[in-house]
Design a protein around this ligand. Structure first.
Ligand SMILES: [Zn+2]
Length: 305
């Protein structure tokens, strides 16, 4: 449906927000205690909670994005390496980049926002209520925090897909293959390892041995249709939607949040950004989501013990 061109979506909505953005956020933050109480009232009754999460949640765990100012791996940013063209030109370099990102994740941990979401999912499940995380993050920190109901719309750093047979598999090996051991250093003066393609990660399906790629959605690629359909079903039936660590007016949350708001379902944002708030997005909690989210999701007085 919608290609993974975050740039397109962000540009479109950024332009519109420049026109209609109003300083509603300021007004809301001055009433933040009232705002929180009102959110909590709705949260305590919600049966199906959809939580859209973005880069901000991972950033609070120190996960680099390789985007924006200072966000470089060697001489490049993610949008130059995370493309099918870059991989076909130089699979060794792209694998070094992903190997580095996988290894970095061994040193990172879920933060209080991930943990609050996971705890909330388990608690509400016991009450016959449902929480689903729809995330653009590929680092699996939600899974490590204990969340189970997760849709990874951009795939995972810890999955591979075979270029020949298409087989997808979980892969937590460190290093992912012998030739990448000790490779992937991010410093700008590091030379490419130039690993021969047959020594890069290869498919282990019987008789295949095809080249593996990271099972993530690259720039210019479309989202997996099944995952997208599932996400839309989740958003269609939710009665409360949280947008965490991103904004509901930029891709990818912008694919989902407006349709939720259009049904009259409350949308609550938890992020660092000054969002062009409209009345359709009911709540906005400004600040690091590791700080703002836990008190919002903690057990409500009216919940059964
Ligand atoms: Zn294969």
């Amino acid at each position: 449906m919608v290609p993974d061109t975050g740039r397109h979506f962000a540009l479109y909505f950024d332009t519109s927000s420049a026109v209609c953005g109003e300083p509603v956020v300021e007004l809301q933050s001055s009433n933040s205690a009232l705002n929180l109480a009102a959110f909590r009232e709705i949260f305590s009754k919600a049966k199906n909670v959809a939580i859209l999460t973005g880069a901000g949640v991972s950033a609070e765990s120190g996960v680099p994005t390789f985007r924006g100012a200072g966000g470089f791996w060697r001489k490049w940013q993610a949008q130059e390496l995370a493309t099918p063209e870059a991989f076909s030109r130089n699979p060794s370099r792209v694998w070094e980049f992903y190997h580095y990102r996988r290894e970095v994740m061994l040193t990172k941990n879920p933060n209080p926002a991930h943990l609050a979401i996971a705890e909330c999912e388990e608690r509400l499940r016991q009450q016959g209520r449902e929480v689903t995380v729809v995330t653009q993050n590929i680092d699996e920190l939600h899974r490590r925090a204990g969340s189970k109901n997760i849709l990874e719309i951009h795939g995972s750093l810890f999955k591979t897909r075979c270029m020949t047979c298409g087989h997808e598999a979980a892969n937590y090996n460190s290093p992912i293959c012998a030739a990448l051991a000790g490779k992937g250093a991010p410093d700008p003066d590091t030379h490419d390892a130039q690993i021969p393609v047959e020594q890069l990660p290869r498919c282990e399906q019987a008789g295949c041995h095809g080249l593996l790629r990271p099972a993530v959605v690259w720039f210019g690629e479309t989202l997996d249709a099944d995952v997208l359909t599932h996400a839309e079903r989740v958003l269609d039936r939710c009665d409360l939607c949280l947008v965490v660590g991103t904004s509901s007016v930029v891709y990818p949350a912008a694919m989902f949040a407006p349709q939720v708001a259009a049904r009259g379902v409350p949308v609550a944002e938890f992020n660092m950004e000054d969002t062009p708030a409209t009345m359709s997005f009911r709540f906005h909690f400004h600040g690091p989501c590791g700080t703002t989210l836990p008190p919002a999701l903690v057990r409500h007085d009216t919940e059964p013990l």
